[in-house]
Design a protein around this ligand. Structure first.
Ligand code: SAM
Length: 312
């Protein structure tokens, strides 16, 4: 289903990272929720994604619609570093990744694990002295590490421990595709229309106007106490932030932007939980079925409801 959808685009392009909460499953629902004029003309003037993550919806839309300019934001600095490296230096990145892929796939299981742990260690050891602010060839190397770890680690999770270290173990893949050169080139081409920011969703408000389409996919409100689903970065996203996001939603509505927001439905766990129904009581809310991909508990990966909120 995923492959077919991305193949239907005019220009074939898909996420270059696996990402927790990735919205491939929701593409059709989001597409049918788009404003009528956009569905008719296939034109989007200013596209905003303040929680871009792996960008499942952005990469679908950018291949299927004409987007004039895109504005992508995420608080995760490693993710944004990787987006910028793909945008600016696809060929150098591909060269590095091809070498890593060749090295890794030639090894037996024991040696692969050693190689994986070695890259993970370098990735973590570099942090204290790394200049995240100033773009340089070091960023391309670091992006190659991020992509390598993402394609070979357990479930493609990005998880940092309390010390800010990436600590996901190696996954069990026979032949992981570490370097998808064609897609990296296509992603790079699509990102030329994008401005990419490493900051909070709140900053995006300033640039949004009445010609903007905004898709918001914040971290999930955990379904239960043991779920660690919101741990994308050191920053937690608690109920207070969900409330601030609802205020932001009001503000961009006042500016005349068209906005769509998705989140997990708390009613999956507790049918009396009206958290989002109350927060977004002034807007259109629909519930759709989705499959949850990343959950450490295999039994909890079945279909669940997601909510989609629209201000039009
Ligand atoms: C549910 S994921 C988005 C997934 C994305 N739609 C996809 O298809 O891959 C939420 C994202 O929000 C980011 N995030 C968390 N807190 C944030 C904040 N305050 N401002 C901006 N981004 C934030 C996380 O790093 C994560 O990438």
């Amino acid at each position: 289903m995923q492959i077919d959808l991305y193949n239907n685009q005019k220009f074939e392009v898909k996420p270059f990272l696996k990402w927790a909460g990735g919205k491939t499953q929701l593409i059709k629902d989001i597409e049918s929720s788009l404003p009528k004029e956009i569905k008719k003309t296939k034109e989007i003037k200013y596209y905003f994604e303040p929680f871009v993550g792996g960008g499942a919806i952005f990469f679908y839309l950018v291949g299927a619609y004409n987007i004039k300019e895109a504005f992508l934001y995420d608080i995760n600095k490693e993710l944004i570093l990787a987006y910028n490296a793909v945008k600016n230096d696809p060929e150098d990145l591909i060269n590095l990744l091809m070498k890593m892929e060749k090295n890794f796939l030639a090894k037996n299981d024991v040696d692969r694990k050693e190689y994986f742990l070695d890259i993970r260690k370098k990735f973590n050891d570099d942090v204290p002295s790394f200049n995240f602010e100033k773009y340089s060839p070091d960023h391309v190397k670091r992006a190659a590490y991020t992509i390598f770890l993402n394609k070979t680690c357990f479930n493609g999770l990005f998880r940092l421990n309390k010390n800010g270290e990436f600590n996901v173990p190696m996954g069990r893949y026979k032949n992981p595709k570490i370097c998808d050169s064609k897609n990296i080139r296509n992603v790079s081409e699509c990102l030329q229309i994008a401005k990419i920011f490493n900051c909070s969703f709140k900053t995006s408000k300033d640039l949004i106007n009445n010609e903007s389409l905004v898709y918001l996919d914040p971290p999930y409100r955990p379904l239960n106490k043991t779920s660690n689903f919101t741990s994308y970065s050191e920053n937690e996203f608690n109920d207070k932030e969900q409330e601030e996001l609802a205020q932001y939603f009001d503000k961009i509505t006042d500016k005349g932007a068209k906005a769509i927001l998705s989140n997990s439905d708390p009613k999956n766990e507790d049918e009396n939980d009206d958290f989002f129904d109350e927060l977004y009581s002034n807007y259109n809310i629909v519930r759709v079925k989705a499959k949850r991909f990343i959950n450490s508990n295999a039994k909890k990966r079945g279909p669940i409801n997601e909510i989609i909120v629209r201000n039009y």
